[in-house]
Design a protein. Structure first.
Length: 761
């Protein structure tokens, strides 16, 4: 059992900041706007748009404006190719984005005329370039575009369904509208009530407000069809704690024994996890529930799922004693019973979550084993995810979220079939700041082989090509014909019984326990402040280092792989050297740490570096709900490589490329490299023959989506591991010596000087 050493935490120094280069010459048009007929086509589309608005009240078209959709050609998706300044000069600045290549502007009658004139007369190279970047212009219609139905009759059916089924409708607004905006002669909120849409809740931001309404029997469909400024409308999503992934979803297999009670009691834990679920209710767990928030009683309360989740957080290894792949991480519980026995609407569930977590500031890690039943479609930033991200940022908490369960046909086997399945991630697994977890099979006799993604585990990528799930963990799979018990995971259920089940719901709590223990250990370190981004990054990095051979080209299902146990996340053996760098970044300023502290034993006598390098970049980005699939507004680029100095000029040649997510969206290759805007990015390189370089350095730079977002400050973490390729190398000790020689401020991430940990499977 090896002795492990704590990872080293370093902060950036002001002397390492330097001005970024920039600038560039104007570029030619993508196409000849006249010879191709593009100019005339765009002018005609604006004329048709103005004609189509003839029946819309003047107070709306002239004062409020309507959404103008600007479709860009694929070559123009990158920031520097967009017609941003041209649109602003023509009075129609893009204020929101939708799907990739889709911009939206607030267009009043005069704005449409001004834009038409600019397109008709634009003759400079800059104007021609901008005009050529636009593929089409059209008005975004409430019926066909926001509600996504064909005609008024279909819209009436949607409204009637919501009323009859007692489902709320959710109306997402463009940035220039909110419930207080005057709509003709009264606030929009009052207007909605007048036309038969009773407001039940409002959430979101000024950039994208969401209004939850209940249609009455007097709901006026024609008035609803005139609500220009709605970017999405539809039935409120529903959430629940259990997915019917087989006819028999859970099977009781045993009872809690006295020996198991003693084993649980003997497992000390200074970590705590909040459980946002259906409630925890069984005597064996009762002594470890620190607090409760309960919303449902009687037949509305079913604690089966929450008790199963709570048991795994508290005693996952003890409940699955024969599974060596389970670690010893344990945490006490705060029971947030927010999920009733039946599905609950998004608006009410978010209210319950918000209230619960604000009552318990002592909890920094919250387990969320719930998701919508279907994949995200269209694949963009969901309202539920954005609300969770707001809470995470405001309160400094980490949500650990299930990726969701695929219930469709055909059953997914492994290797995954070439046919397209509807097994994409489900909301709110698109939450940018959450740590999202997928499931792996850990026992033989299942639908999928041991070590592969379970047949029900949903896959990424998330919107914008982000890797989701972030990590994966063992929670078993159904038997070949869908039976349980067979190859699932075991935990407690009410009545002090032990049951076997499967689902991403049950991989998630095991990762929550690891995250909570990492947070608690960091909280006890000197001069280290734990944060959601840092804890998330450490788990992703440990998974990337330990699971590379497992994941291969399948990051969409595995994420980075399986994280190590809590202490092992923060410690390493002598054959590697890991540093954690915290860097405050600003617009137009880059950060360069050069020379970088490199372990001397990794260099050959010829001065070549022979090593394996893992690098994880993680940050909490600026988010904008109004920007749909482009909601992540900041990006941190990292480069680790060889430094060259010429006079006062310092350049770095990156040697550790980013790992790409396979199957990312086709448009990304036209925009930027896959994963460009992902707030968690992993890099990897291996140099068995050595790579030359006298000086090595680490560089970070901040990129914003739009030029007018300059002035942004963005904190980032880089976790970098150098691992030797030969046995017996004292890599960690040499790395510590290199830090000392460079006189860099540093501190270990744990007050424990070293620990002895058994190898994990």
């Amino acid at each position: 059992m090896p002795d492990l050493e704590p990872l080293i935490y370093l902060r950036a120094d002001a002397s390492e900041m330097r001005a970024k280069g920039g600038g560039g010459s104007s570029k030619p048009p993508f196409v000849d706007v006249d010879a191709s007929g593009l100019r005339n086509a765009l002018v005609s589309s604006l004329e048709a748009s103005r004609a189509a608005l003839a029946d819309v009240p003047e107070q709306i078209v002239d004062r409020l404006g309507v959404p103008l959709r600007i479709a860009l050609r694929q070559e123009a998706l990158a920031k520097t190719n967009r017609p941003t300044q041209f649109l602003e000069g023509a009075g129609t600045p893009a204020t929101a984005t939708g799907r990739p290549g889709e911009l939206f502007a607030r267009a009043r009658a005069r704005d449409l005329r001004t834009l038409q004139g600019a397109i008709s007369s634009g003759s400079t190279n800059t104007a021609l370039r901008a005009i050529s970047s636009i593929e089409d212009l059209s008005i975004f219609e409430p019926v066909t575009d926001a509600f996504g139905v064909r005609d008024l009759e279909s819209l009436e059916a949607v409204v009637r369904f919501a009323h009859d089924e007692r489902r709320l409708l959710r109306l997402d607004l463009f940035p220039w509208l909110n419930v207080e905006t005057t709509w003709i002669d009264q606030p929009l909120g009052a207007h909605l009530e007048t036309i038969g849409l009773e407001i039940q809740g409002v959430r979101g931001t000024q950039r994208r407000e969401s209004v939850y309404v209940a249609p009455t029997t007097e709901a006026d469909v024609e008035e609803i069809a005139g609500l220009y400024g709605i970017r999405y409308a539809g039935a409120e999503p529903m959430y629940s704690h259990w997915r019917e992934v087989s006819p028999q979803t859970m099977a009781v297999v045993d009872r809690v024994s006295d020996d198991l009670r003693k084993e649980i009691a003997a497992t000390p834990s200074h970590a705590i996890v909040g459980v946002l679920d259906s409630g925890i209710g069984t005597p064996a767990l009762e002594p470890y529930v620190q607090a409760r928030e309960t919303y449902d009683l009687g037949s509305d309360l079913n604690q089966e799922h929450g008790t199963f989740v709570g048991g795994l957080i508290l005693a996952g290894r003890a409940l699955n004693p024969n599974e060596s792949c389970f670690g010893e991480d344990s945490a006490v519980l705060v029971d947030g019973q927010v999920l009733p026995a039946k599905p609950i609407g998004e608006n009410e569930l978010l209210d319950r979550i918000d209230e619960t977590i604000r009552k318990h500031p002592e909890v920094k890690v919250w387990n969320c084993s719930f998701a919508a039943r279907v994949q995200l479609d269209p694949l963009e930033y969901s309202v539920f995810a954005s609300e969770m991200d707001k809470l995470s940022t405001e309160l400094g908490i980490l949500f650990v979220q299930a990726a969701g369960n695929y219930e469709g046909q055909p059953v997914r086997t492994w290797p995954a079939p070439s046919a397209t399945l509807t097994d994409g991630i489900a909301s709110p697994a698109d939450a940018v700041n959450s740590l999202v977890v997928g499931s792996l099979t850990h026992r033989p006799g299942a639908r999928t082989p041991v070590g592969t993604p379970a047949s029900y585990s949903r896959r990424g990528p998330s919107f914008g090509g982000q890797t989701k799930p972030d990590v994966s963990f063992w929670s078993g799979d159904l038997g070949p014909t869908g039976q349980i018990p067979q190859a699932g995971i075991r935990s407690t259920v009410p009545g002090d019984q032990i049951a076997e089940g499967v689902g991403t719901s049950f991989a998630t709590p095991l990762v929550s326990a690891i995250a909570a223990n990492v947070w608690a250990e960091l909280d006890g370190a000197v001069d280290v402040e734990p944060s959601p981004a840092l804890v998330k990054g450490l788990l992703v990095h440990s998974a990337a280092v330990s699971s590379r051979s497992m994941v291969g080209a399948h990051k969409n299902y595995y994420g980075a792989g399986v994280p190590l146990d809590g202490l092992e996340v923060l410690f390493e053996s002598e054959d590697s050297f890991t540093t954690i760098h915290q860097v405050p970044l600003q617009s137009k300023i880059s950060w360069l740490r050069a020379p970088f502290p490199m372990p001397a034993c990794l260099f050959t006598t010829e001065g070549k570096l022979k090593a394996e390098i893992f690098m994880t970049v993680v940050f909490t980005p600026l988010l904008d709900q109004a920007c749909g699939a482009e909601a992540v507004r900041t990006c941190v680029d990292a480069s680790f490589g060889v430094v060259e100095r010429t006079g006062s000029s310092v350049t770095i040649t990156g040697k550790v490329p980013e790992e790409k997510t396979s199957g990312s969206h086709p448009w990304e290759s036209q925009l930027v490299a896959a994963g460009k805007w992902s707030p968690v990015r992993t890099h990897y390189a291996k140099f068995p023959n050595g790579v030359a370089g006298d000086e090595w350095g680490l560089k970070l730079s901040l990129l914003e989506r739009e030029d007018d977002e300059n002035g942004i400050e963005q904190s980032a973490f880089v976790i970098l591991t150098l691992r030797g390729l030969s046995d017996g190398l004292q890599v960690h000790a040499d790395g510590v010596s290199a830090i000392s020689q460079l006189a860099l401020w540093n501190t270990p991430v744990s007050q424990q000087t070293h620990v002895t940990v058994g190898a994990s499977t």
